[in-house]
Every structure is written in C-alpha cells, then in structure tokens.
Write a protein that binds this ligand. Structure first.
Ligand code: 5AD
Ligand code: SF4
Length: 467
C-alpha cells in the first residue's frame, strides 16, 4: 500500500489512562511511531496524530476519555488524525465511531502491533479503521518500547485474565490469559539490565498464572523469578498484580530467598464479606485469604502488603461493609486502593441492580480511605529512626536539592542529594514524614554488588513489623 504517512504526519501526542499495562503499551506505541520517523510532542493542539490509550475499568475512566474526545472535535486550527487504543477500544469497538464521528481509528489492546499499518490505511484510504481482536496472539516487539524512566522499567509477562470476577471488564477487553515466552522475557530483562536499568516490574493482570497456558515451557511464575534474579546488574524485581488464590508457597519462598525480589505483595482482597466475595466470584473466603497473609508474614517477616477494595458492590449491607473495615484494621495493609463499585456493561454483575445509592457508596469510600490513611501512616511511623535502602529514582520536582526514591517495600522516601545519585542504592535514615512520604538523611552507599545484596537479603530487615 502506498502511504503518504511520512509526508503528512510528523508529530504525535499520546495520553495514557489506567494501569501500568497501558503505560507499557503506550511506551511500545511511542517506540513504533518514533521508528517511523514521527516526533512526540506534548502539545495536543499542535499534533498531527493524537492517540488516547484508554481504560474501561470504571465509568469515570471512560467519561474522562469521552470528554477529551469531545474537546478534540472543537479544535479550530487543524484536523489531526485521532485514534483510541486500549481497553475502551475493545469494550466499545466500532460503536465508538458513532459516539465520536471524527475518530479515525480504534485499536484494541491485542492489536497494538498493527498501529502503523492501521495508520497507513487511515491515511491512504481516508476511512475509519478498527481492529479489536478478542485474544492476544501476535508477536509484539517489546524491545521497541521507548522508556522515559532511566531507572525502572515495566516488562509484560502475561496478558489477559481468566478469573472472571463478576464486576470486571478485563477478561472481555483484554481476553484470555496468554503467557509470553520465558526466553523472550529473560532476553528483554537482560537487555534492560545491560542498558543500566536497576528495577523491573513484571506486569500482568494476574502474574501468578504465568506459565499455566504454556506447559511445554516448564516455567511457572516462581521459576521465572529465579531466572531473572540471576541476571547481572538488576537490583530490584517487583510484580503486579497477584490473585490471592495463586499466591503459592514457592512464591513466598522466592520473595524470602531471592536478593532482587522486593518484599512487597499487592494481592487484592476486594472486600471482607464472604457473601460478597462469593458474589464477586473471587473464589476464596476471608479465612483462606487471612491464612495466606499469615503464611506470607511468617515466611517473609517484614513483607509489605497492598490491596484493592471495592465498596458498594450490589446488595452490600452496612454490616458487610463493616466487615471490609474490620479486615483493613486486622491486616493493616501498607497501601490500599479503594474504589466505589461501578457497573460495567457486559460483566456478570450487570444482572444485579446497582442498588447501593451513590451517596452511600461515597460515604463508604470516604470511611475506608480515612481508615486506610491512618493505617498507612501507622505503618510508615515504624520507619522512624530506621535505616532503609532506597533506590534513587529522580530529583525532586519541588526542590532540586532533594532526590526521591522508594524502599524495597514500596515506601516513598526523599532526602537531600543531587542528580548523580539517580539510579543508585542509598542507605537513608528516616527522621520525619510529609503526608505519605518519609524524609531522611543519607548515611552511606548501600550494597550493590550481587554477593553483598545476598548478604543484605538475609540481614534483619529494617521494616520488620511482627503481626
Ligand atoms: N468497579 C469498581 N472497581 C473495580 N475494579 C475492577 N472493576 C471494578 C468495577 N467495576 C477495581 C478492582 C481491581 C482494580 C484494578 O480495579 O479493585 O482490583
Ligand atoms: Fe479483573 Fe478479577 Fe481478572 Fe483482576 S483477577 S483483572 S479483578 S477479572
């Protein structure tokens, strides 16, 4: 197909909504477009091509995108090519063209490898194009991703989800679980380490399912972690997100034993009532979940925990909501993301009336947030006077004499320092807090050689909090 792509489109603007998987997909799309000679710009009014990489997880996320698209329609100066990618593309497909007539293409999460061919079609044929495959089954060149962050990188290991929680659109927008070939993951991680990246976060809707669909590869999630840990140069490995039923003893032991693997597990409970958990199709009970927490805390003392919570699920009573509050108090998560239930078209939960009034949802949301903020602060207070290991990520935007980073347990820390510390591990003694950021003084260089890291892993962890 002859294209006038190179002549007519020179600049692009991309905006990402939603999760880390979308951030990574955007980085891949940026890499593809730059390889084609386009330049990324920050001014959407000037861009020849605008891409909104969207999220469909809650109604608010969709409304933000539709509002933004509406404003593009009113652009006076020029008529850019406009594309919607991401989960909303899969959820709405070609119906988006009726909603937003000036839209040029709709490209689903499983089709981003087709971005430049779709653009060619739009430009040469002047028609609206949509591609929204229900399953991820193509080779995607992950190495093309253009990463802005020089220290941390996302690496996709599994796409899609087979869990079918009744409230969630992901199994319908991203399709079934498809694990990536382990050798290709290892090659990408090795390349990232060679390029100076210090931390990688392995991404998937449910990373613990990794490998189940490719039995011949004989590589389950924990096997992959052991392989990645051997790579030279990487200091930290994180992963998200985990489904509680798939958190295995092998994984807990890997967190205990692998020097690179950080002591932070985000494994959402969603709510504290067994009746609602069943209705959500979470396939574990509160008691089973608590057993996992106890095992994790026993095997990995000092492990930090994170969760997601949904309040106002259909039929949730006041006392069931209180069970969620109690579970937050009991577990004392280090971080929790709290969401008000949002009805999603096409999900099994649509069969139930969205019967919790908005003001009740908002009140429950607020109560949960307040409780969790206090718990988060309490967990952070235990860092006072402690020396923690911080991977320095960037110079503070507010004050360039400070640098920012995170502990292994994902706590934000700032301390006085300059740009030459970015990408290094530092030991920092915490003396105070500002909101949910710890403030400290840098004591000395932390260990960074693998053998020293090993020693460090087995030393008493500074954030040990016995439950
Ligand atoms: N309404 C509210 N929150 C939702 N989540 C997923 N679907 C919905 C929904 N329909 C939340 C869950 C999930 C997180 C990524 O988003 O808590 O873990
Ligand atoms: Fe959605 Fe449940 Fe899959 Fe998470 S595990 S992506 S909440 S269906």
């Amino acid at each position: 197909m002859t294209s006038f792509f190179m002549r007519t489109i020179k600049t692009f603007f991309i905006r990402t909504y939603g999760c880390q998987m979308n951030e990574l997909d955007s980085e891949i799309m940026v890499g593809m477009l730059e390889k084609r000679g386009l330049t990324r710009i920050d001014d959407e009014e000037m861009a020849d091509l605008i891409i909104l990489n969207t999220c469909a997880i809650r109604d608010l996320a969709e409304r933000k995108v539709l509002g933004k698209l509406g404003r593009f329609g009113k652009m006076k100066h020029h008529r850019p090519v406009i594309g919607v990618t991401g989960c909303m593309a899969n959820a709405k497909k070609e119906s988006l063209f009726q909603k937003v007539p000036m839209l040029d293409f709709v490209l689903g999460t499983n089709n981003i490898h087709e971005l430049t061919t779709v653009l060619d079609e739009v430009l040469s044929e002047g028609k609206q194009v949509h591609r929204t495959d229900p399953r991820f089954e193509h080779e995607l060149d992950y190495t093309i991703a253009k990463r802005d962050d020089p220290v941390k990188a996302f690496v996709s290991i599994i796409r899609g989800c087979d869990k079918f929680c009744t409230y969630c659109v992901v199994p319908y927008t991203r399709g079934p679980e498809v694990s990536r070939d382990p050798d290709s993951i290892i090659a990408e991680c090795a390349q990232l380490a060679a390029n100076g990246y210090k931390e990688i976060t392995l991404l998937g809707q449910n990373v613990n399912s990794y490998g189940k669909d490719i039995p011949d590869a004989k590589c389950r999630f924990h096997d992959l972690l052991y392989r990645i840990d051997k790579l030279k140069g990487l200091q930290r490995v994180r992963f998200m997100t985990s489904h509680p039923v798939d958190i295995t003893k092998e994984l807990m032991e890997a967190i205990r034993d692998l020097p690179t693997l950080c002591e932070f597990v985000h494994f959402p409970i969603q709510c504290g009532s067994n009746r609602i958990l069943r209705k959500m199709h979470r396939v574990y009970s509160k008691e089973e979940y608590l057993e996992k927490v106890a095992a994790l805390r026993e095997i990995v003392p000092g492990v930090a925990l994170g969760t997601d919570i949904i309040v106002g699920f259909p039929t949730e009573t006041d006392s069931e909501f209180e069970e969620t509050m109690s579970i937050l108090e009991k577990i004392e998560y280090d971080t929790a993301f709290i969401f008000a239930y949002s009805q999603r078209k096409g999900t099994p939960a649509m069969r139930w009336k969205d019967d919790i009034p908005e003001d009740v949802k908002q009140m429950r949301h607020q109560k949960c947030l307040e409780l969790q903020n206090n718990i988060t602060m309490k967990r952070m207070q235990s860092m006072l006077g402690q020396e923690v290991e911080v991977l320095v990520e960037e110079v503070s935007e507010r004050d360039s004499s400070y640098v920012k980073g995170r502990t292994r347990t994902w706590k934000n820390v700032i301390f006085q320092g300059s740009a030459n510390l970015v990408g290094t591990l530092q030991k920092v003694t915490i003396h105070s807090f500002s909101n949910q950021t710890a403030i400290g003084n840098c004591s000395s260089l932390a260990p960074s050689k693998p053998e020293e890291r090993e020693e460090h892993k087995h030393a008493a962890h500074p954030l040990v909090i016995k439950s």
